[in-house]
Ligand binder design. Structure first.
Ligand code: HEC
Length: 130
């Protein structure tokens, strides 16, 4: 494959017991490509040197937080709340290209309260320090 690569996703070891169908839906839409093993690779990601959703971003995102490996330590929910409310996540270089992934104010509120409820109801397999 001289001009690109095929992407395979690692298996899901454990998913959180989501509180709220909307929480899961918003997460999958705006965070899931980089923070789960359910990445929907767009066609262009197989074409080098296009770099809007690249393996390295996804690898880095998953290594920090991976909702498909809920049996492993994840960042404290406060960090997620901070990233979402500041508008740092999802990254703007991603939302510019992937229409519909930028969060509206009401989606941010729904996602934040749903994540807090999900962490409380079904905590991950540890909290990462730092
Ligand atoms: C395009 C890929 C991508 C998407 C989409 C994305 N992230 Fe990230 N995320 C990353 C990468 C890469 C890092 C590590 C580098 C950084 O902090 O910028 C990261 C880091 C983080 C961190 C850790 C920040 C820190 O300072 O330790 C949190 C929390 C996080 N993301 C939450 C989210 C949430 C919540 C969403 C959805 C609302 C989301 N991310 C969407 C790629 C992504």
């Amino acid at each position: 494959m001289p001009y690109g690569r095929d992407h395979t996703n690692p298996p899901v070891t454990k998913s959180p017991a989501w509180v709220g169908a909307q929480t899961e839906q918003i997460f999958n839409k705006s965070c899931g490509d980089c923070h789960s093993n359910l990445t929907k690779w767009p066609w262009y990601s197989n074409v080098a040197p296009v770099s809007w959703l690249v393996q390295s971003d996804v690898d880095e995102g998953r290594s920090i937080m991976n909702f498909s490996e809920w049996d492993k330590p994840q960042p404290d929910v406060d960090e997620l709340v901070e990233q979402i409310s500041e508008g740092s996540m999802p990254p703007s270089k991603y939302t510019m290209i992937h229409s519909g992934t930028k969060l509206s104010d009401s989606e941010k509120k729904t996602l934040i309260s749903g994540l807090i409820a999900t962490y409380a109801a079904d905590p991950p397999g540890g909290i990462k320090g730092g």
